[in-house]
Ligand binder design. Structure first.
Ligand code: NDP
Length: 612
């Protein structure tokens, strides 16, 4: 096994992926398995680089004194330094070394060079500018033009072209080609996303090994505790429920019904209906295909439930055996997580999740080791995200509504129950209708499929998100029509923010040149992706979370103010989203470095305007 050449903490020159530019970077770690160095650029961007893309600083200085042409850094430097901004590229006097450079350059494609140039101008001069590495003083690095394109409209990028021209060494013929590359629609095509090779997870989240170990036990305990509390006449926090006998939680028939449900949803998912779309590029550059038929699955499920009700099947069987169903779901999600972890041990390195590859069994088991585990084309994570648990949530709510009517001899459900059912139905239908949007979420792009998501999708969502409806069965709550109207308005506001923010980001990620987004401004980043700074994403940094939290409050309010239990969801949800937001910020800082800092400066509030 080859030994590593550079040590942790060493300051070296790292090639910017896809370009010929070298920047000063610091080695932060080395992955013995993948033979990759994690390096940190001065703007905070962290990337995994091969040893061949790293050079010692001394080799640069040495080369510089011998010849100014052979190092890529030198080449790019001469581009930026030898041109006075605004001078035309053609007809320029060239030194012998520059001529040699041009010969070398012929080996490169115009696209690669253009990317390098764009990377060059996107960087703040005082941060990672090649000039500094070639011995020039910092004060000469200030280049007002490089900042011009940090904020721009999704319109023909005249400013980009202008800046690029100032750094150009190309003939007019090449210039023409370049113009084509940077024409309105191709701006984003030319700038390939940087291919990040997954490497070891060094920063552990969720309290690391101890935290994740505890959560594997605490999460199921919390579910049972809350459900037992809900069943009590007085569900006050200090009124601890009596513990049920363990064997009373297990019912083979209930487990069979649960399995049947899971398989039925899998069959619906496998039906060859609905379009097939591509996911976002993986670290290898590959894109996976996903069938979008969640809404059809929902319609088929509704039809199946309708048939069951028609034949007098008592859906409140779900309510009567709620604890056993929860126990079945816990057992199933645990078994699934074990299967996922075992199979992930054979997964190739590039298919592992960026956040779940720590090398610690418990941590990887919890966060998910493999990013997209698939059996053939059946994507287990994608399926579990939106099908059995999410559709199950609506079915359980309906069962609670029927149970309420039966237990309290009502001819129509209570207003509170109708509100809770309708609001949550809207949320689920929306998620299924906009199923494609899930492909750009953290769950799909960053988190592996392990206990956290398996438990979250199959236990937490169907059994905790139904807590309000479950509570209302045992604790009837009367609300007046004006109160109901006010709560409905609140839910609509939350939904509007949530939906429009998610759609704006999703559409922008899928097609930044979409004419519908032409009025939005964004900050370009060195990865080729932009960060929206107007519209919802210019209001706060996570407007979709804000909308989601407003809705969560509207779902709890119909349960009145007698107990805190129905507010568990909104309290937990705020904690979840605040923590999730912090995780996302951290990832974005690593991905976008300086551009992310500019975004944070421009949009200072994270979720709640003027508060947080
Ligand atoms: P988001 O959909 O908020 O995605 C975050 C990503 O968006 C970032 O990593 C970044 O990714 C991109 N991004 C950030 N800022 C910008 C910007 N200014 N312009 C463009 N892109 C930007 O993340 P989640 O997956 O956490 O949430 C998705 C939805 O799911 C939310 O509405 C959330 O409320 C909901 N949710 C619901 C839960 C529930 O239990 N009900 C649980 C968790 C989430 P990149 O740049 O790489 O594209």
């Amino acid at each position: 096994m080859p030994s590593r050449k550079f040590v942790d903490g060493e300051v070296v020159m790292g090639r910017w992926p896809g370009s010929v530019l070298y920047y000063e970077v610091q080695v932060t770690s080395y992955d013995d398995v993948a033979h990759l160095y994690t390096v940190k650029y001065k703007d905070g961007t962290e990337l995994a680089l091969k040893e061949s893309d790293i050079r010692s600083q001394s080799s640069f200085k040495h080369r510089k004194s011998q010849s100014s042409s052979s190092s890529p850094s030198r080449r790019s430097s001469s581009r930026s330094r030898s041109r006075s901004p605004g001078r035309p590229a053609k007809g320029r006097r060239r030194s012998a070394s520059q001529s040699r450079e041009q010969k070398d350059d012929k080996k490169k494609t115009i696209q690669e060079t253009s990317l390098a140039l764009l990377v060059l101008v996107l960087r703040k001069p005082s941060e990672n500018n090649t000039k500094r590495y070639n011995g020039e003083s910092e004060s000469t690095e200030k280049n007002a033009t490089s900042c011009i394109i940090l904020e721009q409209k999704l319109k023909p990028d005249l400013e980009i072209k202008h800046v690029l021209e100032q750094y150009s060494l190309r003939s007019r013929k090449d210039e023409k080609k370049k113009e084509e590359i940077y024409s309105e629609k191709k701006t984003f095509v030319a700038v390939k996303p940087i291919e990040k090779v997954p490497t070891k997870t060094k920063e552990l989240e969720f309290g690391g090994r101890i935290g994740t170990f505890m959560m594997i036990f605490l999460l199921p305990v919390t579910v049972f505790y809350l459900l037992l509390m809900c069943k009590q006449d007085d569900p006050s926090l200090l009124n601890f429920p009596p513990l049920p006998a363990l064997e009373s939680l297990w019912d083979g028939r209930v487990f069979g019904v649960f399995l049947l449900w899971f398989l039925l949803q899998a069959v619906f998912h496998l039906l060859p209906i609905g379009k097939v779309v591509e996911g976002l590029p993986l670290s290898s550059g590959r894109k996976l295909h996903y069938r979008i038929n969640g809404f059809y699955a929902f319609i088929f499920t509704a039809a199946a439930i309708g048939v069951l009700l028609y034949f007098q099947f008592e859906l409140h069987y779900l309510y009567d055996h709620f604890m056993q169903f929860a126990a079945s779901a816990v057992a199933f999600s645990l078994a699934l997580s074990i299967y996922l972890y075992v199979r992930s041990l054979k997964a190739p390195e590039e298919e592992l999740a960026p956040g779940g590859n720590s090398g610690y069994f418990i941590y990887d088991f919890f966060t998910g080791h493999e990013l997209n585990p698939r059996i053939g084309s059946f994507d287990l994570k994608y399926f579990c995200e939106l099908r059995p648990g999410l559709i199950g949530w609506v079915v359980i709510n309906l069962a609670m509504l029927l149970a309420e009517m039966k237990i309290h001899n009502l001819s129509v459900p209570s207003l509170s129950m109708i509100l809770v059912n309708s609001f949550q139905l809207l949320y689920v239908v929306d998620a299924l209708w906009n199923e494609e949007a899930v492909l750009t979420t953290m769950d799909i792009t960053h988190d592996g499929f392990g206990f956290m998501l398996a438990f979250g999708d199959l236990v937490w969502v169907p059994f905790i998100y139904t807590l309000q409806a479950f509570y209302l069965v045992g604790h009837p709550t009367t609300i007046t029509w004006p109160v109901a109207a006010a709560i409905t308005v609140l839910n609509c506001i939350g939904y509007y923010i949530f939906r429009s923010a998610n759609s704006q980001k999703n559409n922008f990620r899928r097609n930044p040149a979409d004419p519908k987004l032409a009025n939005l401004k964004f900050i370009p980043t060195a990865t080729g992706k932009g960060l929206l700074v107007t519209g919802w994403w210019g209001f706060v940094r996570h407007p979709n979370y804000l909308g989601d939290i407003i809705m969560a409050l509207a779902w709890s309010l119909p349960c009145g103010f007698n107990h805190i239990l129905p507010y568990f969801y909104v309290i937990y949800f705020i904690c979840l989203l605040v923590h999730r937001e912090a995780r996302d910020e951290h990832h974005c800082k690593q991905k976008y470095g300086l551009a992310w800092e500019r975004y944070c400066h421009r949009v200072p509030y994270r979720i709640f305007p003027y508060i947080y």
